[in-house]
Design a protein around this ligand. Structure first.
Ligand SMILES: *[C@@H]1O[C@H](CO)[C@@H](O)[C@H](O)[C@H]1NC(C)=O
Ligand SMILES: *[C@@H]1O[C@H](CO)[C@@H](O)[C@H](O)[C@H]1NC(C)=O
Ligand SMILES: *[C@@H]1O[C@H](CO)[C@@H](O)[C@H](O)[C@H]1NC(C)=O
Ligand SMILES: *[C@@H]1O[C@H](CO)[C@@H](O)[C@H](O)[C@H]1NC(C)=O
Length: 151
């Protein structure tokens, strides 16, 4: 369960404010125009995620400078009440790498695909998270809020 949650949150680290206005959008930027990672497009299927089904994400973005490392500050809550997770992780940790791709990140185009199956045992409810991703110089890479209902 925690791994699923971390996966969805870590993937969402990469998302920014130019995702579009889809009604079922589960991500929202809390970053600024100075963020290091700009997103060109993102395809998430299905939206929202469904238990027992494959969840697929395709990201097309651009890093405006090299990122050698940094930190990911993550808070996750269940039904807005229970804190499931509250930690600061190394951006280049193996957990992060498995999901967001190779670290360090090079200036230029960034394409990444990820997929995973949502456990049927995941509790039904509202999942939300806040993520702040920074580089080694404490510059913001991106900031994101995530929220979705899992039926
Ligand atoms: C990524 O997005 C850019 C800008 O919209 C586009 O030019 C490029 O073709 C896209 N790359 C892929 C592989 O979809
Ligand atoms: C997360 O941890 C930080 C530092 O320990 C603490 O200040 C903050 O209140 C915590 N947030 C939540 C939602 O638990
Ligand atoms: C899921 O990801 C794996 C590893 O990247 C890839 O080999 C596989 O084709 C993907 N499956 C789907 C259905 O996209
Ligand atoms: C990073 O920047 C944030 C926001 O500007 C600040 O609150 C935080 O204390 C800084 N952290 C470090 C380690 O300098």
């Amino acid at each position: 369960m925690l791994k699923f949650l971390l996966s969805i949150i870590l993937i969402s680290l990469l998302l920014n404010n130019s995702i579009g206005n889809e009604e079922n959008q589960i991500w929202k930027s809390c970053g600024t125009s100075n963020d290091i990672l700009k997103i060109n497009s993102i395809i998430v299927k299905p939206t929202p995620p469904i238990k027992g089904k494959l969840f697929k994400i395709d990201i097309n973005g651009t890093f405006n400078k090299d990122v050698e490392g940094g930190e990911a500050k993550i808070i996750a809550k269940f039904n807005n009440l229970m804190t499931l997770y509250n930690q600061t992780n190394d951006l280049c940790s193996s957990t992060s790498k498995a999901i967001i791709g190779n670290c360090p990140f090079k200036k230029g185009p960034y394409l990444h695909s990820a997929n995973f199956t949502i456990p049927t045992s995941a509790p039904t409810g509202y999942y939300s998270g806040n993520i702040l991703l920074t580089d080694n110089f404490n510059n913001s890479i991106t900031c994101i809020n995530v929220g979705f209902n899992l039926e």
